[in-house]
Ligand binder design. Structure first.
Ligand code: 1GP
Length: 249
């Protein structure tokens, strides 16, 4: 299995201290102005784009991804909340297994339907242990996954879960607060996973300030994903501040 995009992400993370990823949800983003926004992200030092969402209702995800791909030199990686979010324009896709929960279909079920499609389209799958973390209010991701999140005050459960996923060969350990989370993933949990595992840790959900971002990189995150805050404020100065917080070197 080729790991071109995965290696590229890891290379950026090791060179800059961590990689800054912007999540674009086709339901929330307008295609008008997308190329300009993408250029601003590139200028600010964003390392890649994730495309997707828990509940994407837009029927033109393929057109959206094509426009994004045509507008950027950065990797475009699918972050699918559902089977209909696989586009032939993706460079790679997070092949997500929701290991925090015990919903069999999300652990290993839908994967069976989509594997032949991913292969046929020639998209690089990145096996990803996806861990939903309790974050205050119930998030869309938690509700739609029909699975309990990891309790936020139990870093040891997160560490054991991540270790089990790593032992099964997953390449990224994604701790997810959920889009628009009240409280982002706690730093104590990131530290526990970082001390237990060697695979890169991805953090996302509810990150709105450079301080929150830097704390999570210092705790051990290799990839930081921000969606809502960039949708709300995609200007170059905010993007640059967030990028500077992600990049420790
Ligand atoms: C990516 O779900 C997050 O992991 C995105 O969350 O929209 O709150 O940044 P935000």
């Amino acid at each position: 299995m080729k790991r071109v995009i995965y290696k590229r992400l890891i290379k950026v993370a090791s060179k800059r201290g961590a990689a800054f990823v912007v999540l674009l949800d086709p339901d929330k983003e307008s295609v008008v102005g997308l190329p300009e926004k993408v250029k601003a992200c590139e200028k600010a030092g964003v390392g890649a784009f994730f495309v997707g969402g828990s509940l994407v209702q837009s029927s033109d995800i393929d057109d959206f991804t094509a426009l994004l791909k045509a507008s950027t030199v950065l990797p475009v990686v699918g972050f699918p909340g559902s089977l209909n979010q696989i586009s032939r324009h993706l460079d790679a896709v997070l092949y997500l297994s929701v290991v925090s929960g015990r919903n069999a279909d999300m652990l290993f079920g839908r994967h069976v339907y989509v594997a032949p499609v991913i292969k046929k389209l020639g998209i690089e799958p990145i096996p990803t242990a996806y861990m939903l973390v309790e974050s205050g209010l119930l998030t869309t991701a938690q509700y739609l996954n029909n699975s309990l999140p990891l309790p936020r005050s139990k870093p040891e459960i997160a560490a054991a879960t991540a270790l089990a996923a790593e032992m099964m060969g997953m390449k990224l350990l994604y701790l997810e607060g959920g889009s628009g989370a009240n409280e982002p993933v706690p730093t104590s949990m990131i530290k526990a996973v970082a001390q237990t595992c060697t695979s890169p840790i991805v953090i996302g959900g509810g990150l709105t300030t450079p301080v929150q971002v830097r704390e999570r990189v210092e705790a051990g995150a290799s990839i930081v994903v921000v969606g809502n805050a960039i949708e709300a404020n995609g200007d170059i100065s905010f993007l640059s501040e967030m990028a500077a917080a992600v990049h420790t070197r």
